[in-house]
Design a protein around this ligand. Structure first.
Ligand code: MTE
Length: 361
């Protein structure tokens, strides 16, 4: 683990406010400065001088778009055995996945462009308009390893994952600790199906997930993915790179813990964590580690990015809970991307029937 030096970065007041700032509510000063850095990097000095350009929906969707290989190969087995054949084809799903009927949003689906416009991906910027700064990120070819306390540690190529895993589409609610929420369809498979392939040993008590290292320090020798950088706003702060998150082994083996390779039937857009990420819908969004390069089964609870950076603000478990306020704001309500519609926050983000059992003493 290494730390970036904090740089003095002065953005004159005369510059206009970039989209990421006015789109976000109650921005903390630190975030505001980061977003200003992002604005300069992503939208270009000319747009800062000439006025505010709000990217069109088409521009947003095109910016982070990723293609799949020509052929995906045969699906190895069906996610739900014979039940799977009765599931409906998911609409326009490039992976040929069916929609799991056991999951419903209970609210309108968030528009694809609204989800793509407003993302958290600190490796690229501290703002939300990451779609504007992910251009140099190349998520293919891509390898990731699954290692640690297991009988068969392995390195997987994303192209093999496309061929060997049983894909399904799941409609999940997502709740960020910052109080924004979205309803999006992910394509992928339960994390447990991946872990089974490496045969976890009895010593495996936790699962640590890691993103590629910060831009200009990715370890090319180790074969880890890299891209040109650095991004201006991501070097502003002393973050404990690389981004890491963790689950207990029981949480990881729960059917809800999902590995996504797609969103809205398409391969994951770059800003959503292409080509492979975690989705744990009963926990705050920061647990859902993007662009994974390593999964490690461990004996001890792993250190995590936010918990290391601000230990008094972000715990390891981080289950969605309206009754536990963030030290700086209430968690009682949430607002939906795109519509700004407000909803009361639900314990476990409404997934208690699937996960509450994990937390009974
Ligand atoms: N993973 C990495 N590597 N870097 C990040 O900054 N942000 C997290 C999570 N995963 C983050 C990450 C946070 S705070 C949230 S809310 C979700 O990704 C957001 O997912 P989305 O941007 O695809 O909606």
């Amino acid at each position: 683990m290494h730390y970036h030096q904090r740089r003095i970065w002065h953005v004159p007041d005369s510059r206009h406010t970039p989209e990421a700032v006015y789109a976000a509510r109650k921005l903390h000063r630190r975030r505001f400065l980061a977003a200003m850095g992002m604005g300069a990097a992503g939208l270009g000095l000319s747009s800062l001088v000439s006025g505010c350009h709000r990217a069109t929906d088409t521009e947003v969707l095109e910016a982070g778009k990723v293609d799949l290989p020509e052929t995906l190969g045969e699906r190895a087995d069906d996610p739900a055995g014979s039940e799977y054949d009765r599931w409906e084809e998911a609409k326009d799903n490039k992976f040929g996945a069916r929609r799991n009927p056991h999951f419903e949003y209970g609210r309108p689906e968030t528009k694809q462009e609204e989800a793509a416009r407003y993302t958290n991906f600190y490796e690229f910027s501290g703002g939300k308009a990451n779609f504007a700064v992910v251009d140099d990120f190349e998520p293919h070819p891509w390898k990731f390893e699954v290692t640690g306390e297991c009988g068969k540690p392995q390195t997987f190529d994303i192209d093999d994952i496309y061929k060997m895993m049983p894909f399904e589409e799941r409609a999940y609610r997502h709740r960020c600790v910052e109080t924004w929420a979205m309803c999006v369809p992910w394509t992928g498979f339960p994390l447990s199906k991946l872990l089974e392939k490496v045969e976890p040993s009895s010593g495996a008590k936790f699962v640590a997930l890691q993103t590629f290292d910060v831009p200009n320090e990715a370890d090319e020798k180790a074969g880890l993915p890299t891209f040109d950088g650095p991004n201006m706003s991501s070097v502003l702060f002393s973050y404990p790179w690389p981004y890491t998150e963790g689950l207990t082994i029981e949480e990881a083996m729960n059917d809800l813990a999902f590995i996504a390779t797609g969103i809205y039937g398409q391969p994951l857009a770059k800003q959503h964590g292409a080509p492979i990420r975690l989705v744990v819908p009963w926990k705050y969004g920061f647990k859902s580690c993007k662009s994974i390069v390593r999964i490690t089964l461990t004996k001890e609870q792993p250190a995590t990015f936010w918990n290391t950076y601000m230990p008094h603000e972000y715990g390891f478990t981080a289950n969605v809970d309206p009754e536990v306020p963030h030290p700086r704001w209430s968690q009682e309500t949430e607002w939906m991307l795109g519509t700004m519609e407000k909803h009361p926050t639900q314990k476990y983000n409404g997934y208690g029937e699937h996960v509450a059992e994990l937390y009974r003493a």
